[in-house]
Design a protein around this ligand. Structure first.
Ligand code: SF4
Length: 265
């Protein structure tokens, strides 16, 4: 009984976090990419590195006109390694990109349309079976490339819910994902009734300028999961850093547990 109440309280808290962040920063325009395959490449390349390094690697691939399934299929492994070198772990990542394209070719005839037409749990299971794809990468691909309704849990999400005493940082990925999905679903339902036409003039938080992928049509549920992840990245990058939380000015300051100082780590 007490556990059920705690679950409900946590859902309410997460909803309030969303409302505070979206109210402060508005739409975040994630993911910054022109195509679904560019999102997928970015999801692999961003593992264990800052986005700025990914941008350099993507720029190299773009300059060589290799940002496509065909491009990654045809390019030699050695050349691919050289082009994505700025993203770090380039040998591993090049191999993993080749593995993804081989999977797409073998199971779906090289077609992302065919892949993303499958049910969400099936795609998720298949992605998770690929070398180098953990839950965060799989869910980034599903949400941002495939418009499937899954919430992406990252290190920033864990840090915030831990510091706000909602769930411990080391809680199970699926438990956190489930909490956010249950919490945010009612917001999507409300937005279906009155769609938000919220486009910010400034890019605050972790916002990007609109891109083909960020401006595409998607369900309200996918949009809310999309925004919440982008908003959380904004908090993690700008305020809730690993080494020090800068609570002054953070849009989530009101959610710090009472009597607690700003965490220093
Ligand atoms: S910076 Fe402070 S207020 Fe903001 S999310 Fe982190 S702990 Fe909470």
């Amino acid at each position: 009984m007490a556990q059920a109440r705690k679950k409900k309280d946590n859902e309410t808290e997460i909803r309030k976090h969303y409302e505070a962040l979206y109210g402060a920063w508005g739409a975040q325009h994630w993911w910054p990419a022109e195509t679904r395959f560019e999102v997928i490449i970015g999801a692999y390349l961003t593992q264990n590195t800052a986005w700025i390094n990914v941008e350099h690697a993507l720029a190299n691939l773009r300059a060589e006109q290799l940002l496509s399934v065909e491009g990654i299929r045809e390019v030699t492994l050695t050349r691919l390694e050289g082009l994505i070198r700025p993203s770090g772990y380039f040998r591993q990542k090049a191999g993993r990109l080749k593995t993804f394209v081989a999977f797409l070719d073998n199971r779906y005839g090289g077609s992302l349309d065919r892949l993303f037409a499958e049910p969400t749990p099936k795609i998720r299971e298949e992605l998770l079976s690929l070398n180098g794809v953990g839950p965060e990468t799989a869910d980034s691909i599903l949400l941002y490339a495939g418009n499937h309704p899954v919430f992406v849990v990252d290190a920033y999400t864990r840090r915030i819910i831990d510091r706000h005493r909602i769930l411990p940082e080391k809680a199970d990925y699926e438990e956190i994902r489930d909490l956010f999905q249950r919490a945010l679903a009612p917001i999507a339902h409300e937005q279906q009734q009155t769609p938000a036409a919220h486009v910010e003039a400034e890019f605050r938080g972790a916002a990007h300028p609109p891109s083909s992928m960020s401006s595409g049509t998607r369900t309200a549920l996918v949009q809310v999961y999309n925004e919440m992840h982008g908003l959380i990245v904004g908090v993690g990058k700008n305020y809730c850093r690993k080494s020090k939380a800068v609570c002054d000015g953070c849009p989530l300051g009101q959610f710090m547990p009472q009597g607690h100082q700003s965490p220093s780590k």
